[in-house]
Design a binder for this molecule. Structure first.
Ligand code: FES
Length: 158
């Protein structure tokens, strides 16, 4: 992933929030806009969004957690998402996820200490088959097995 993000800045965050506050579905629109600008939605932005939209922090946090694409911390250089939805789990996804966690030394939802790889869950990539699916920096990969997963992890670590 080569996207360059602005560092979090409260004034800039406030501008983004104000810009979208009157739109339909403003919570989701704002969270997306913040993540697009900063690469993540800092914890500090949640009360700002709540205040601007006259919602509780819990309501904004609820939207944040419902969508698995939002993150509170900046992502690593590469983002490896493993499908954790039912069909992929039934096809051996749990074992592959555990393997990826062991290889990278981080659990799902975290970034390696060298900031190279963020390992995340995703819920169905529309590639449901007899083997689990994944996505590396937006590229879909189907029919994963141990060998292909290892290659993917190695690619992400480069
Ligand atoms: S359940 Fe994993 S791609 Fe559909």
């Amino acid at each position: 992933m080569t996207a360059v993000f602005e560092p979090w800045n409260e004034t800039r965050g406030g501008e983004i929030i104000a810009e979208h506050a009157n739109q339909e579905g403003a919570t989701l629109v704002i969270l997306h806009a913040l993540q697009e600008a900063f690469g993540h939605v800092p914890q500090a932005a949640i009360p700002m969004v709540a205040q601007a939209l006259n919602l509780s922090r819990a309501e904004v946090h609820g939207v944040f957690t419902f969508y698995h694409d939002f993150r509170h911390e900046p992502a690593g250089r590469h983002v490896l998402k493993l499908c954790r939805a039912e069909a992929c789990q039934a096809a051996g996804g749990d074992a592959l996820a555990a393997r990826a966690e062991a290889k990278l030394g981080v659990s799902l939802g975290n970034t390696t200490p060298d900031d190279r790889v963020t390992l995340e869950s995703i819920y169905c990539l529309g590639l449901c088959a007899t083997a689990p699916s994944a996505m590396l920096d937006g590229r879909l990969i189907g029919r994963l097995d141990q060998r292909r997963l290892d290659a993917l992890v190695a690619e992400a670590q480069r």
